[in-house]
Design a protein around this ligand. Structure first.
Ligand code: HEM
Ligand code: HEM
Length: 194
């Protein structure tokens, strides 16, 4: 499989970024929901610190992913009705937007709380600006949660669309994004992979 995207296929770098960010976002969201149920303790402080560091890793991966995406063309869209093509583009755009808003809103809330921020206890990161304001921090934390559930709703639609392409349309949309699917330069249907 080539590193770069080809006309018919996502390259291995794009696939790696897609699945690494997807798994980390879903995993860190579940971890965030769990940690907010902990009672104040060292365990809670460590859990929050880990949640923030994983979230910052997601931010870094997303920025790299977007830089890679804009420096190389996406594979050609497979044949589908025009409305589906437009809908897919819109959903992908919102997925990028919400995925970026996730760590940024967390970082902003942390800054408004006046908490220090360290990346895996090694690197000190600056505040995102603004003075300490607990009321605003609570608003931004609520936004952090709302953004998370909006993202999950969109991911469900996105994943159902991918499954529909695979099982009903029987085209190669899902297969060409899966991590270990065999490379093929001119894929248009699942049959091309066999
Ligand atoms: C992939 C990125 C992230 C995801 C999916 C995510 C998701 C979540 C979720 C679902 C919660 C539970 C919210 C609640 O129950 O109120 C949460 C809480 C929290 N997150 Fe994140 N988060 C991410 C990144 C970050 C980052 C980068 C920071 C800070 C630098 C951060 C700071 C916080 C804080 C402080 C809370 C606790 C809020 C409270 O005490 O109610 N998050 N996060
Ligand atoms: C947090 C979870 C996820 C996020 C944020 C996400 C985000 C994205 C984005 C932004 C794209 C467009 C790629 C680009 O143009 O650069 C994409 C493509 C894709 N995603 Fe996801 N995704 C997630 C989970 C999933 C899941 C669970 C599935 C399948 C069950 C999936 C299947 C696909 C497929 C097949 C494509 C390629 C679409 C095409 O070739 O037009 N994604 N995803």
């Amino acid at each position: 499989m080539s590193l770069k995207n080809t006309a018919g296929n996502w390259g291995s770098v794009a696939r790696f970024f897609h699945w690494a960010t997807a798994l980390l976002i879903i995993g860190n969201g579940a971890y965030g929901l769990w940690m907010t149920g902990l009672s104040p303790s060292m365990k809670m402080i460590n859990a929050y610190a880990l949640h923030k560091s994983i979230g910052l890793t997601v931010l870094g991966l997303l920025l790299l992913r977007m830089a890679w995406r804009f420096s190389s063309r996406a594979p050609r869209a497979l044949p589908m009705p025009r409305w589906q093509h437009i809908a897919a583009h819109a959903v992908h755009g919102f997925l990028y937007l919400l995925a970026l808003a996730m760590p940024l809103s967390g970082w902003w809330a942390n800054s408004l709380k006046g908490f220090p921020l360290q990346y895996f206890k090694q690197i000190n990161l600056p505040s995102l600006g603004g003075v300490v304001n607990h009321q605003w921090a609570d608003v931004v934390i609520t936004a952090h949660l709302v953004i998370f559930w909006s993202l999950i709703a969109l991911v469900v639609i996105h994943a159902l669309a991918a499954l529909k392409h695979h099982f009903i349309d029987r085209d190669a949309t899902l297969k060409r994004m899966l991590p270990f699917a065999r490379a093929h330069s001119e894929v248009s249907s699942i049959e091309d992979f066999k």
